[in-house]
Ligand binder design. Structure first.
Ligand code: NAD
Length: 257
């Protein structure tokens, strides 16, 4: 089936220098219909409109707080209405990209911070997948792509600390267990584990911290968002049909198994 006959839903896709927007643009360039979901309604709509103009694909923007079930339900229903009205092709891929990090050292964390980081990253991935998976299973084709991090594999060491590594590790367990449970229904579930990427997520990191991060990467620099987006678009493609429950590293060699 052509990409133009499917829609990719992406969370966390309005941040100007973010991975989500780079992935949305790349998928649109390949012909996918695109749904942009992020915290702000107007920004989500504006980014979708820009993508539609630039790439000539159907695109729809809607607010979502991935950590809140009611908000996820409203977003899913809004997307379903667009599909029912033939304004968007059926949903064929879900990229759970929304995430937050935290550099707070363990003894200074609070349970509120723990919940916040777990809720956006891990619970958000759970809620979004629960909402969009039934439609993909019904169509017997789908791709769920979950954003983990090298922090889950090497125990932080980039910027985010214990709550972040824990949440991103939860996403790896989620990915594997769900892949095992449902992949004979035509839907694959995979995760990616980027190392440091050139985005705004490490707000407040100093030049020294950024230099130390780059020094620990054999390729010698952080990844561009488009390099990460290329892995997301590969996992969304027909070519990735035999990958499920897997984790694709994209870390410039900073972590090798
Ligand atoms: N940048 C890196 O170095 C790096 C490395 C590994 C993994 N990641 C992961 O990649 C993903 C994207 O990060 P980024 O670097 O592009 O960061 P970013 O801060 O630029 O983008 C994150 C996006 O998520 C959105 N978001 C935050 N909370 C949300 C919520 N509750 N509901 C909906 N949307 C929400 C933000 O509005 C923003 O658009 C995150 O999951 C992050 O943990 C980033």
């Amino acid at each position: 089936m052509e990409n133009s006959q499917r829609t990719a839903v992406l969370t966390g896709a309005t941040s100007e220098q973010g991975i989500g927007l780079a992935a949305a643009r790349r998928l649109a360039r390949q012909g996918w219909g695109v749904v942009v979901l992020d915290l702000d309604q107007q920004k989500s709509e504006a980014v979708a409109a820009q993508i539609a103009r630039e790439f000539g694909v159907p695109a729809f923007g809607h607010a979502v707080d991935v950590a809140r079930e009611q908000s996820v339900t409203l977003a899913q229903e809004a997307v379903a209405r667009q599909v029912a009205d033939l304004k968007l092709p059926p949903v064929g891929a879900l990229a759970n990209i929304a995430g937050i990090t935290s550099p707070v050292g363990f003894l200074d964390t609070t349970v509120e911070l723990w919940h916040e980081v777990m809720n956006v990253n891990a619970t958000g991935t759970y809620l979004m997948t629960k909402a969009f998976l039934p439609g993909m299973l019904e169509n017997k084709w789908g791709r769920v792509i979950n954003m983990s991090s090298v922090s889950a594999q090497r125990g932080g060491g980039v910027f985010g600390k214990v709550p972040y590594s824990s949440a991103k590790a939860a996403i790896l367990g989620f990915t594997k267990a769900l892949a095992r449970e449902i992949s004979d229904g035509g839907v694959t579930v995979n995760a990616i584990t980027p190392g440091a990427v050139d985005t705004n997520i490490r707000v407040g990191s100093t030049d020294e911290q950024e230099a130390a991060i780059a020094a620990g990467i054999p390729i010698g620099r952080t990844a561009t968002t488009d390099e990460v987006a290329s892995v997301i678009s590969f996992l969304a493609s027909e070519d990735a049909s035999y990958l499920t429950g897997t984790t694709i590293d994209i870390n410039g060699g900073s972590h090798m198994h």
